[in-house]
Design a protein around this ligand. Structure first.
Ligand SMILES: [Zn+2]
Ligand SMILES: [Zn+2]
Length: 149
């Protein structure tokens, strides 16, 4: 980590669900802080959620930086839920080096904190296996009170 004070290992892992149809989009969500615009809430994930979302439209760039982006839509309901960073610009690559290039808008998804195997403590990124996309068993451990708004 080159950025001072920023560590994602002690952040909660969230299950991300589509607000429009309640479909689970990713079981490895992280609440992201956009460095360029801290007023926008986003969730991010590191593993391509290709079973649940698909690309929609064409590539575009934002006003704030040179990242090449493409919107992603929920496969179940078709609503745009976020975007994928196809080609990060250099400042972003240097500042957000946690490998999370799939972003979800907080207006389109909600996150539910995951619990660890004890069912008591929140699951943190530092405790998460590198590859873990078996959502079936994980979802039983979700506590309903843990909605992030
Ligand atoms: Zn950028
Ligand atoms: Zn949906």
């Amino acid at each position: 980590m080159s950025t001072s004070g920023f560590t994602f290992k002690d952040r909660c892992v969230s299950v991300l669900c589509c607000r429009f149809c309640q479909q689970v989009l990713s079981s490895r969500g992280m609440k992201a802080v956009l460095l360029a615009n801290t007023e926008i809430d986003l969730y991010s994930t590191d593993i391509p959620p290709t079973n649940t979302v698909d690309f929609i439209g064409s590539c575009y760039f934002t006003d704030i930086c040179k990242c090449k982006l493409k919107n992603i839509a929920c496969l179940k309901c078709g609503n745009v839920v976020g975007y994928h960073v196809i080609a990060p610009c250099k400042p972003c690559l240097l500042s957000c080096n946690n490998g999370h290039f799939w972003m979800f808008h907080s207006q389109a998804v909600f996150g539910i904190n995951r619990l660890d195997s004890s069912g008591v403590n929140l699951l943190l990124w530092g405790n998460l296996p590198d590859l873990d996309e078996s959502t079936d068993e994980d979802l039983s451990g979700i506590s309903e009170e843990e909605y992030i708004r």
